[in-house]
Design a protein around this ligand. Structure first.
Ligand code: EPZ
Length: 420
């Protein structure tokens, strides 16, 4: 999909099935490298990033077969009987930096990995120094040459270590946890990421035979194993997609039910939405989100690692605040440059000023459609949300970003009344 045309101003109504979490499925796919037995992953979202990761694993010699799910999603069966290659090439890693999560499993399973350095991206430099430092503490020899990182385990394999991350890193924690699962002895990860996607990976590793304590906390203790076996695991619901569609309902004054998800997954987002005047009601298998009338109130937000307000919901929340009553201050603390959606929202009539890492948003009566440009996955979707609320037509260009992280976005939006 290269551009989206939205005629806004229609309240959204209906039921939306939430897909499995992209940011859980990506490391879970990489975990297939840790065992010879088949790993069956259910409720995997059918998005471009997943296809890219499945393609990379296929190149490495992992047998991959994909079957479509019922309403949304797909089941992917992976068998890494013998890993033929240990290189994650530049042309793939530059398109999807999350491919870096094959580094830990490859070094642990094959004793060697050659992964292209991901390079920067639109939202920041996003280095992987914490990943490399953790692998080095597990005994890996790390060498940087020609834009690639080469990691080699000692002859006897990786050895457990006591690792403290200088700052919270989601994929850094995931890389270290997967490497530690096959290291000799005990590894303790301090200042580990507590995102639900990290816990989902840990729960799957335990089903594969890993011994992991402290799942979901910032201190994770792993007893290494000689080998892991296959298992079947259902990917947890996508909390960012859940939050995104909750904002879609709120910003259009609609009333929708999000199914296949739960309010516990979006607590910090729910707190902001409720404070702003959105009604969130848990239902049998999801959440009802409604805002029939009355204006929303501006709410200040600061992004933080989990359980704080997720940076991946910052752009979506900002779109909502552009039409809320009063002002809201949004501070991005995780990435250094995650405000590219601001000038585009301003072209639609929003009143936003950015000072350093903080943006002050003064609510306006309404937005007006305009041609705008998407820059990264979450900025793109914030423009879609603004377009849904704006009077007139909004044309969003470069929306290939959306296909990377949102399964069948235009179909899901049309299903609950949007003119897309
Ligand atoms: C994960 O990225 C997510 N991606 C991101 O989602 C998400 O925004 C991010 O976590 C924060 O929650 C996946 O899970 C695939 P970090 P990750 O390592 O792991 C710095 C999306 O839209 N840092 O937690 O790459 C880094 O620069 C994507 O789905 C280092 O300095 O993020 C950043 O400022 C976007 N050195 C901060 O830490 C390192 O070695 C957090 O990064 C690693 C990170």
């Amino acid at each position: 999909m290269d551009r989206i045309l939205i005629r806004g101003g229609r309240p959204l109504r209906g039921r939306i099935p939430i897909s499995g979490a992209k940011n859980a499925a990506l490391p879970l796919l990489a975990a297939s490298l840790l065992s010879e037995g088949p790993l069956v992953l259910e409720n995997v979202p059918d998005v471009v990033d997943i296809a890219s990761m499945a393609g990379l694993l296929g190149e490495l010699g992992v047998g991959v077969s994909i079957a479509n799910g019922e309403e949304v999603g797909q089941t992917i069966t992976l068998a890494a009987r013998d890993v033929k290659d240990i290189t994650a090439p530049y042309d793939l890693v530059r398109k999807m930096r999350a491919s870096v999560v094959v580094l830990g499993p490859l070094v642990a399973r094959c004793g060697h990995a050659r992964v292209s350095l991901p390079g920067g991206c639109a939202i920041g430099t996003r280095p992987i120094d914490f990943h490399l430092k953790a692998l080095a503490q597990l005994g890996a020899e790390i060498e940087l040459a020609g834009g690639y990182v080469e990691a080699r385990a000692p002859a006897g394999g990786l050895v457990g270590a006591d690792i403290t991350f200088p700052a919270v890193t989601v994929t850094g924690t995931e890389n270290a946890m997967m490497a530690a699962a096959l290291a000799r002895g005990e590894t303790v990860l301090h200042n580990a990421a507590r995102e639900p996607e990290v816990a989902d990976l840990a729960n799957c590793l335990v089903k594969m035979g890993a011994e992991i304590e402290g799942i979901g906390t910032d201190t994770i203790r792993i007893q290494g194993r000689d080998r892991l076996s296959g298992t079947t695991h259902r990917v947890l619901p996508d909390r960012i997609e859940t939050g995104t569609y909750a904002v879609a309902a709120a910003i259009t004054g609609g009333d929708v039910e999000l199914t296949g998800t739960s309010i516990e997954l979006i607590k910090s987002v729910a707190d902001v939405l409720v404070a702003s005047g959105v009604e969130l009601t848990p239902t049998a298998n999801g959440i009802r989100v409604a805002r029939e009338n009355g204006r929303l109130a501006g709410v200040d937000i600061m992004t933080e690692p989990f359980p704080g307000f997720p940076t991946d919901m910052q752009a979506q929340a900002m779109a909502l605040m552009t039409v809320a009553g009063g002002a809201a201050m949004i501070t991005e603390t995780v990435f250094e440059n995650r405000c590219m959606h601001v000038p585009e929202l301003c072209r639609m009539g929003a009143n936003i000023n950015v000072h350093g890492a903080s943006a002050i948003i003064r609510g306006v009566a309404g937005l007006s459609g305009a041609p705008v440009m998407a820059t990264d996955l979450r900025a793109s979707v914030s423009l879609v949300l603004a377009g849904l609320a704006a009077e007139g037509e909004t044309e969003i260009n470069r929306v290939y970003h959306l296909d990377r992280g949102y399964e069948r976005l235009e179909a899901k939006l049309a299903a609950f009344g949007a003119d897309v």
